[in-house]
Design a protein around this ligand. Structure first.
Ligand code: RIB
Ligand code: CA
Length: 313
């Protein structure tokens, strides 16, 4: 049964790979739209990036919306140091012809969820949760209409990547993450604990480059750029490939292992702002609101990713 999904994203090289993986999987995924949110780079830039990636994929049927331009309370924190000034540094992609839709991304989320059959749409979030949280605050009744949220974000055993205690997507908008975590919507979280096991090693990138298609070549250039920061920081054999794990989970959930636990986010302390406190050993009686993914099978993940990218132009 095809899954209807909406991708909420702040492209970002890894977001771009996730979008390509989703658009290469039409038998399993009906991508209703892409909604952009301020994160890796400002919204105006990352929504241009989303248009470039959709155009690269050849799937010109996919509508693209711009959502929130800044977090709910805090000032926007971006990550040009990882993703470059454009947020999509690496390949030179042509200026996109497809235009953004006029409707605000949050209004699109609300209208689409109100109109759809209840619990038929999965929200795949690849950036800060601002759009989803604003939709829930504006129209709380949509919480009962969402099938599930699969989010890249958070960290516990792997600790933080933007601060010693917080992962970037949650750190940028911790209040939004708090709204989502308390929403009662079924949530699967792909934290750094899982994505740090999915490394884009040279051999894996060479296999993608050997596909010979424009999307494979673009993915290699994208990841060759964004990996610099993580290789220098972690000294590992490859950079973690975060956002495509969300799509891979929908396609092949058995690539991942996890458990149903409580996850609560810090929204007060400046020292640990945005930290996701995962009650992994179930010490408290807090509600078990998250299916928390702890590990991934990287070889089978890259087999899937490479096979699907081969389908694209
Ligand atoms: O912490 C990793 C996350 O932050 C990924 O979604 C990456 O694209 C950045 O947004
Ligand atoms: Ca992202």
């Amino acid at each position: 049964m095809k899954q209807k999904i909406i991708i909420d994203t702040d492209p970002g090289q890894d977001d771009a790979v996730a979008i390509l993986l989703a658009l290469a999987s039409p038998e399993e995924l009906d991508v209703l739209a892409i909604v952009c949110v301020a994160g890796n780079v400002p919204l105006a830039q990352n929504s241009t990036n989303a248009r470039k990636i959709v155009e690269l994929s050849g799937r010109l049927d996919i509508p693209i919306y711009a959502g929130c331009v800044r977090p709910m309370r805090r000032s926007l924190v971006t990550a040009e140091h990882v993703h470059g000034k454009t947020g999509l540094d690496g390949p030179t992609l042509p200026e996109p012809k497809i235009e953004l839709r006029q409707q605000h991304g949050v209004d699109f989320l609300i209208a689409t969820l109100r109109a759809a059959e209840p619990r038929t749409i999965t929200l795949c979030t690849l950036g800060p949760l601002t759009n989803v949280a604003m939709a829930l605050v504006t129209a709380p009744e949509i919480a009962s209409r969402v099938r599930a949220i699969v989010m890249m974000g958070g960290a516990y055993f792997e600790v933080g990547n933007i601060t010693p205690s917080a992962e970037f997507n949650v750190y940028v908008d911790p209040e939004a993450a708090d709204v989502v975590l308390r929403s009662g919507i079924p949530i699967t979280m792909v934290p750094l604990d899982a994505s740090h096991g999915v490394l884009s090693t040279r051999a894996r990138l060479d296999r993608i480059g050997a596909l010979g298609n424009r999307c494979g070549k673009a993915v290699v250039k994208l990841l060759n750029f964004s990996e610099r920061f993580d290789l220098a920081k972690y000294g590992s054999k490859g950079a973690p490939l975060h956002d495509p794990c969300v799509i891979a989970y929908l396609l092949q959930p058995d690539l991942f292992e996890g458990r149903q636990i409580n996850v609560t986010v810090e929204t007060h302390s400046e020292l640990t702002m945005g930290m996701t406190v995962a009650d992994y050993w179930q010490i408290t009686d807090r509600p078990r609101n998250v299916h928390y993914l702890r590990s991934a099978d990287a070889d089978r993940f890259f087999d899937l990713l490479t096979r699907r990218l081969a389908r694209l132009p």
